[in-house]
Design a protein around this ligand. Structure first.
Ligand SMILES: [Zn+2]
Ligand SMILES: [Zn+2]
Length: 344
């Protein structure tokens, strides 16, 4: 079968290759991939700025149909529509796994990063990571459940966003836009988003479609001043950091209110980022570092999407056959797309 393979350590080193179809183990299923979504971390892997174990088939945000079931698998059958969590390799026995957070296990080797992923016709993996994709949710939307579950884990479960709160999202990339949809679904009273002039095309347009209350273009106006104006000098209840920008990370300490929370999802790609530490102490800010997605968040996400309460289909801007993966990467890097779906 054809697959997009990152075949070595270094920049680039990625191409379509003919690889053998995966063979399943007793506790695994074979999934025919119907849609796979391009993630920012796929771009980082391409540029060698994210951990990965080559040679590896890319792709961890996917949906599909079960085509084969291992002997020990119970509760799943050929033909079932599915999505899968990505925490392959998590050990199940360490302190972190046993305490209910296997997605943060040190042994984790996710699909498309540590084991072969879904930029291919078939992917094989453990049945225990599957969730059912409801019939009324199209496969393309199924492919964005993984990043949505990350936002639900971070914003609703970890930072505990409540109805009626005020929110600022820094960064209007795919995770920023999904965070906006999650905040709206949670019933916030105000939600703003920051970006640069370069985001004025497709990304701010998507933010508008998702019902944002305020967009701040940080190279044209001072986001701190604007947020203070809007909140009568208080600051927002929760700031969701998705940009990874050093400046935004530092400004968050000014824009969040006293005793507010910062929900940090975006990675900076830097060894260290300077922050106004004492300001954080004196304002008693809670800083929530967030990583990956929980089983419960997957269930919440699928439920909200199936009910029409989380319209993540709005952020899908392009759909290509998998052969055009380079074009997809190019669009994303030039901020001309929000979410791009590849069809194997
Ligand atoms: Zn991803
Ligand atoms: Zn573990």
């Amino acid at each position: 079968m054809k697959a997009v393979v990152k075949y070595g350590k270094g920049k680039g080193l990625m191409e379509i290759r003919d690889v053998p179809e995966p063979k399943i183990k007793e506790d695994e299923v074979l999934i025919e991939v119907k849609a796979v979504s391009v993630c920012g971390s796929d771009l980082h892997i391409y540029h060698d700025s994210h951990p990965y174990w080559p040679p590896v088939v890319l792709g961890h945000e996917f949906s599909g149909v079960i085509r084969e079931v291992g002997r020990e698998v119970k509760g799943w059958k050929v033909g079932d529509r599915v999505v899968s969590e990505t925490r392959t390799g998590s050990c199940g026995v360490c302190y972190i796994c046993q305490s209910g957070y296997p997605q943060v296990c040190e042994q984790k080797r996710p699909y498309g990063i540590g084991i072969n992923g879904a930029y291919a016709k078939y992917v094989a993996g453990p049945a225990r990571l599957l969730h059912r994709l409801p019939d009324n949710v199209p496969f393309e939307v199924g492919a964005v459940i993984e990043p949505t579950a990350i936002c639900v884990t971070s914003i609703l479960e970890r930072s505990r966003l409540q109805a009626g709160e005020s929110v600022l999202i820094t960064g209007p990339g795919p995770i920023g836009l999904i965070s906006l949809a999650v905040a709206k679904a949670a019933g916030v009273r105000f939600v703003g988003i920051t970006g640069t002039s370069a985001d004025e095309g497709i990304r701010f347009q998507k933010a508008r479609e998702l019902g944002v209350d305020l967009m701040i273009i940080v190279d044209k106006e001072d986001p701190v001043q604007k947020i203070m104006e809007i909140t009568n000098g208080l600051g927002v209840d929760i700031l969701i950091e998705t940009s990874g920008s050093g400046r935004a990370i530092a400004q968050a300490f000014e824009m969040v209110r006293r005793l507010g929370r910062v929900c940090a999802i975006g990675i900076s790609g830097k060894e260290t980022v300077p922050i106004p530490y004492d300001r954080g102490i004196f304002k008693a800010i809670r800083y929530d570092f967030c990583f990956s997605s929980s089983w419960t968040a997957w269930e919440t996400t699928i439920g909200l999407i199936a009910k029409g309460l989380l319209p993540v289909e709005k952020i899908i801007t392009h759909k290509f056959p998998i052969e055009k993966w380079e074009e997809a990467f190019h669009l994303l890097e030039n901020l001309q797309a929000a979410k791009v779906i590849l069809i194997p």
